[in-house]
Design a protein around this ligand. Structure first.
Ligand SMILES: Cc1cc2nc3c(=O)[nH]c(=O)nc-3n(C[C@H](O)[C@H](O)[C@H](O)COP(=O)(O)O)c2cc1C
Length: 143
């Protein structure tokens, strides 16, 4: 493991879920600035490309508090110290697959930095709440 001046260098992961590419572009900017590995969160069943159909699906998933199944896994999770997790605002909340991701990994001892892409200027707090109160204690990242 790489050590600088006796301290291990912090290893960063930039994970993102992106439907039309904007959050992914943001993730790439973060990577340029901070270094680290990019990881694209994908669902087992790919989302429709039709905006209206996606809107209806998102509404259903939010109503059902669904946790869509994800495809693939982050390799060497234990090696990362700082985890950026990005996703788009979806109906004033986080997409449910982002919650699946956040609940799927142990964030104990790690620094979680959520980031959001959205169309509106107004900053919404709810999509960025990934703390204990939101995820029932499964995720220690509190914002
Ligand atoms: C189903 C759906 C719901 C959305 N709801 C919101 C919203 O409530 N507020 C907002 O600012 N943007 C909303 N957006 C806009 C997205 O945040 C925007 O399209 C963003 O670029 C999507 O990110 P992506 O390109 O990474 O998929 C919504 C988009 C979709 C597809």
């Amino acid at each position: 493991m790489l050590r600088l001046y006796g301290r291990r260098r912090k290893t960063r992961l930039i994970a993102c879920f992106s439907w039309s590419g904007n959050t992914e572009a943001l993730a790439e900017l973060i990577q340029e600035q901070t270094g680290g590995d990019l990881y694209k969160i994908t669902t087992a069943t790919p989302y429709t490309e039709d905006y209206d159909a996606l809107l209806a699906q998102a509404q259903e998933e939010q109503k059902a508090n669904a946790r869509p199944e994800l495809d693939g896994q982050v390799e060497n999770w234990e090696d990362y110290d700082v985890i950026f997790v990005g996703y788009p605002n979806r109906r004033s909340d986080a997409p449910m697959e982002a919650l699946t991701f956040l609940e799927s990994y142990d964030f104990n001892g790690k620094t979680l930095i959520p980031f959001l892409y959205q169309r509106q200027r107004r900053v919404w707090k709810k999509p960025l709440q990934c703390g204990e109160e939101r995820l029932g204690g499964t995720n220690p990242g509190r914002l």
